[in-house]
Design a protein around this ligand. Structure first.
Ligand code: B12
Ligand code: SF4
Ligand code: SF4
Length: 337
């Protein structure tokens, strides 16, 4: 491989990344490396019910097992919109199209460029669900720095960024790391209502509302219900408070424009076919219908509006799910007492 070929590929990738709407791409050497911070997080039980993370630890430490012969990890950052104020309970990242699909499509344009230049190269795309330590690689690829809420953030895009990667068997020059600009600010730490943010910059999922409202199956413990406030799906408190968001200058892909989403009351009137039709192309389908209705019942109980009583009573009588029936009665009691 000539160095001029490598340099022209890097230039072409940057160019294509910009026209695809990525605010930044960077490259890290795909070396094997132990992940003590990650292992410590697991050992403390901070992953809660996310047991797949334990099983995948060796894969996260050895990218070679995901793509034999991998030399470089290209990391890309895609900014997303602030979300609509008329749908406050939905985390901003989930208000537009499903980022997994959008990201994959955009990364495939970069893969085409790699293949055009190096037809023998092997590549593998990863977006969120693969056993790739995305934030670690992003830090190594100079995408941004680690904010105090754990998010990889940038000065030109703030804290609302998705990450995705291309593992490849060709060696591209590694990017330089980015300096941390958080300074004395600790607004995100103060914004977390549950104390989920740890001093070492990791998140204790057992306390994180994002975990409870998206990943957890089954009832949400009483101690977190009040703190959920109006959180129907995910939690944005430590992200939306970041002052860098208002200084963001990068354009946002139209895929992430907020869509009309059901109110908490409307969630109770959904059935399975309607849920699938509404959320087929949305990250919100991850909770499943019963998860979304569980969250909606808690939000309605927290809101305390008597206007919700007729729909809540009907739901409590008609649902065949015992956990949801109990929760509907909890919400009714909360409003009436
Ligand atoms: C499990 C998971 C969760 C869990 C667990 C919390 C967490 N984030 O760890 C839950 C469900 C709670 C969650 C919530 C959210 N998540 Co999430 N999540 C993941 C997932 C699948 C794995 C993360 C993981 O391994 N966590 C374990 C911890 C230990 O690692 P880490 O935070 O990723 O990495 C840090 C440590 O390694 C540490 N570190 C690195 N070196 C060192 C050295 C030392 C000495 C120390 C102490 C630490 C340290 O810094 C890294 C960067 O912060 C990733 C996707 C992926 N495959 O990586 C997405 C991911 C991290 N999530 C993401 C997002 C957007 C969110 C939410 C904003 C969604 C929402 N609005 O509800 C919230 C944000 C909560 C928060 N403040 O982080 C994005 C983050 C993008 C970014 N710019 O950083 C990711 C990368 C998905 C993606 N492809 O875009 N998430
Ligand atoms: S997502 Fe919410 S609960 Fe989780 S760390 Fe951030 S502010 Fe705390
Ligand atoms: S809120 Fe402040 S401390 Fe937190 S990530 Fe943003 S700048 Fe950094």
């Amino acid at each position: 491989m000539k160095s001029s070929e490598i340099l022209s590929l890097v230039e072409a990738l940057h160019h294509q990344a910009q026209s695809s709407g990525f605010c930044c791409i960077g490259f890290a050497d795909a070396i094997q490396r132990p992940a003590p911070a990650f292992r410590n997080w697991l050992a403390c039980g901070h992953h809660s019910g996310l047991h797949y993370l334990e099983r995948h630890t060796p894969l996260r430490e050895q990218p070679d097992r995901l793509l034999p012969g991998v030399k470089t990890i290209l990391v890309a950052a895609l900014p997303y919109a602030a979300g609509s104020a008329t749908m406050p309970g939905y985390a901003a990242y989930a208000q537009g199209a499903d980022y997994h699909d959008v990201f994959r499509k955009k990364l495939s344009h970069l893969v085409n460029l790699i293949r055009q230049s190096f037809p023998d190269a092997h590549t593998r795309i990863a977006v969120d669900s693969a056993p790739v330590a995305e934030r670690d690689w992003a830090l190594r690829a100079g995408i941004g720095w680690r904010g105090r809420q754990g998010q990889v953030i940038r000065a030109d895009s703030g804290a609302r960024l998705f990450l995705g990667e291309i593992l490849m068997t060709i060696q591209l020059p590694a990017s330089a790391p980015t300096a941390n600009l958080c300074g004395e600010c600790d607004l995100c730490l103060a914004a977390c209502p549950t104390g989920a943010l740890q001093a070492d910059g990791t998140v204790d999922a057992r306390k994180c509302l994002s975990y409870w409202t998206i990943e957890h199956r089954g009832p949400i413990p009483d101690e977190f219900r009040k703190q959920m406030g109006d959180s129907l799906f995910g939690c944005d408190r430590c992200i939306s408070i970041c002052p860098l968001n208002s200084k963001a200058t990068v354009p946002i892909s139209s895929d992430f424009e907020p869509r009309e989403l059901p109110s908490p009351l409307a969630c109770l009137e959904l059935d399975q076919p309607k849920f699938i039709a509404l959320f087929r192309h949305s990250a919100i389908r991850r909770t499943g219908l019963s998860g979304l209705q569980r969250n909606a019942l808690i939000v309605l109980g927290n809101n305390g509006s008597r206007d919700a009583l007729p729909v809540l009573s009907r739901f409590a009588e008609s649902t065949t799910d015992h956990d949801l029936k109990d929760l509907a009665n909890w919400a009714l009691n909360k409003i009436l007492t």
